[in-house]
Design a protein around this ligand. Structure first.
Ligand code: AOS
Ligand code: ZN
Ligand code: ZN
Length: 391
């Protein structure tokens, strides 16, 4: 059993933890079959930011919100940034969208038509200009580009086109800005995807230079993939830039982080702790990328933040000296037991204590329900808008 009495260092590490919420998690979303509308969802980027600020108010560890262009397009990004600041949050990663336009049927930056490639690359450059105005560090790129049929286009030419667009965006980055290149095994393309896996993303990032790093979306792998290995590998190479946390049972389900496989989340967070990469100064952006199709959105985002926090607390509890000793001694069962001991520890009392010490409610979800915020937004926001996916 782990001794929970003297945990000063663990608490300090948890206090420094930061999780970024996605603006699109607060809006209506659904599957390709149906979008179930909810009452009180945001009608504007400002209202999404207000909801993100509410999540931060109850959790204390979610002080930034990622935007998505064009879903969060406004005339004055400086004003939006100030609005966010006044509510106690910052604007985080800027996500691009080169997947919701008829022009992109055959791809965006890898499209065989140079005119369409130009349009897609210009969107990436526009996103960097928005980052200049918001002070954002991260440009997050996910390309839906790919092929449905063998022979449809030239696999290798498409890599050249991708590299060319990435280079143009990279060269436009300011000193403190960087590219996060996300990968995804399949969907919407089914035969071949142009950035299908971490290796492809990693290779492009290496080619680009130090300001390009990989974003791991936990829902974007084949079943059974050992994600913590990818985390460990990329950390060792200094090429892990960010996470899009969410849960998957089958494909890119975008369910709440830590809901489907809390053990996997713990194993991932252990690799982060193992590399001393939890602190924001290390530069990893721990984001959520989720859509709450049937559950209430704000409590679901709060729950997800808490799930990541719980997995982190358990990872911090791993007795690393004992683990290393067992590993060096070749004690297979002993080493495994050290890890499982931490995973099986109930960290909820510790986290409740931490929140109370920091002036937060020990139970953020219950506090949210008591706060009256949900009733207020349901009354104030007559008709919400789509998050974008169902639009
Ligand atoms: C798509 O499957 C990805 O997970 C992206 O991160 C996407 O850009 C994000 O969900 C919002 O645009
Ligand atoms: Zn993602
Ligand atoms: Zn995804």
């Amino acid at each position: 059993m782990i001794d929970l009495s003297d945990l000063k260092a663990v608490k300090e590490a948890l206090r420094a933890q930061r999780i970024e919420t996605p603006s699109w998690a607060f809006g209506n979303s659904g599957t390709r079959f149906k979008v179930f509308a909810q009452r009180g969802v945001p009608r504007s980027p400002e209202e999404k930011i207000a909801d993100a600020a509410t999540v931060h108010r109850f959790t204390g560890i979610a002080p930034s919100v990622a935007l998505h262009i064009p879903w969060d397009r406004v005339d004055d990004y400086g004003a939006l940034t100030r609005y966010a600041k006044d509510l106690g949050v910052e604007i985080g990663a800027i996500n691009t969208n080169v997947f919701q336009d008829d022009d992109y049927k055959l791809g965006s930056v890898t499209n065989p038509d140079p005119g369409i490639r130009r349009k897609a690359t210009d969107h990436l450059l526009e996103a960097i200009s928005i980052m200049d105005a918001t002070g954002s560090r991260d440009l997050k790129l996910w390309f839906s580009d790919g092929l449905n049929y063998p022979g449809q286009d030239d696999l290798r030419d498409r890599q050249d086109r991708l590299a060319e667009a990435l280079r143009e965006a990279y060269d436009r980055l300011g000193d403190h800005q960087r590219i996060l290149l996300e990968y995804k095994l399949f969907e919407p393309a089914f035969y071949a995807t142009d950035v299908p896996d971490w290796g492809t993303s990693y290779a492009h990032c290496v080619e680009l230079g130090p300001k390009a790093t990989v974003c791991i979306d936990t829902g974007h792998h084949a079943p059974g993939t050992n994600i913590e290995f990818i985390v460990a590998f990329l950390l060792r190479q200094g090429k892990l830039g960010a996470f899009d946390f969410n849960s998957r049972f089958y494909a890119d389900d975008d369910l709440m982080a830590g809901a489907a496989d809390p053990f996997q989340l713990f194993r991932i967070m252990y690799e982060i702790v193992r590399a001393d990469a939890l602190d924001p100064s290390h530069g990893i952006n721990f984001m959520l990328d989720q859509c709450h199709n049937i559950e209430a959105k704000i409590p679901a985002v709060i729950r997800s933040v808490l799930n990541v926090q719980e997995a982190t607390a358990k990872a911090l509890l791993v007795d690393r000296d004992a683990l290393r000793a067992a590993q060096r001694a070749g004690d297979v069962l002993g080493a495994n037991a050290v890890l499982m001991d931490a995973f099986n520890t109930d960290v909820r009392p510790l986290l409740a204590e931490l929140r109370t010490e920091d002036g937060l409610d020990p139970d953020p979800v219950a506090a949210y329900h008591r706060s009256g915020y949900q009733q207020r937004i349901e009354a104030e926001r007559a008709d919400g808008q789509q998050a974008g996916w169902g639009a």
